[in-house]
Design a protein. Structure first.
Length: 211
């Protein structure tokens, strides 16, 4: 019961916070476009593959994956975010968006070849982040891959140590607990293995997990 209440509370917080700033988040594409491209290519899958983008927001990462020729579905809790995401739809792309809860994905087991989540885990309470990753693991095929893009831990890179002081000013209340635990705390629970990892400017890390 407590878990259900926590998920509902997070869902309400998510909708209020990101719904309010949905119009602004779409401008991040001008700043993070190279990183989105690098992350999409870092997954290194020969198209066409069926990919789920969780916490897709304004759909920037889903868009980059679709541009590579993949069949992509982006899901998010925020209808306002998806209004911005749907502006990226094009007849030339296999891309669609829908409102869905990452803790209870409306897809069958092993439905996708891969899944992605970028700048999503740090916005979630730890237990919910774990549940989302476990759901992503459930819906990808055996030997499928999960792409994670998120903030670099300040302990891992000198640039991250500097930018951390700025990031914590504007990020949500879940950012500091995420940094304190580190992304490895989430990965270890899922029992998935890190296939490869990289970083971008020492601020963000890109990780590919193998199921």
């Amino acid at each position: 019961m407590m878990e259900g209440n926590q998920i509902k509370k997070h869902s309400n917080y998510n909708n209020q916070f990101f719904g309010r700033w949905a119009w602004l988040y779409d401008y991040e594409k001008y700043l993070l476009f190279p990183l989105r491209q690098k992350a999409a290519r870092f997954l290194n899958l020969k198209p066409p593959q069926k990919i789920l983008d969780v916490a897709t927001g304004t759909g920037a990462q889903a868009f980059e994956l679709a541009k590579l020729g993949h069949d992509v579905i982006g899901i998010d809790l925020s209808p306002e975010m998806l209004v911005q995401a749907k502006k990226k739809l094009s007849p030339s792309l296999k891309l669609k968006f829908q409102v869905a809860d990452g803790t209870k994905l409306p897809f069958m087991d092993e439905f996708f070849d891969a899944a992605a989540i970028s700048w999503g885990i740090h916005d979630m309470p730890y237990e919910i982040g774990i549940r989302v990753l476990m759901e992503m693991k459930r819906v990808i095929k055996k030997n499928g891959k999960i792409l994670i893009v998120d903030y670099m831990n300040p302990r891992k890179h000198i640039v991250a140590k500097f930018t951390h002081r700025i990031i914590k000013i504007y990020e949500t209340k879940n950012y500091l607990p995420f940094i304190k635990k580190g992304i490895e705390a989430y990965i270890n629970v899922t029992k998935m293995k890190i296939f490869k990892e990289s970083n971008y400017l020492g601020v963000w890390e890109i990780i590919v997990l193998n199921k």
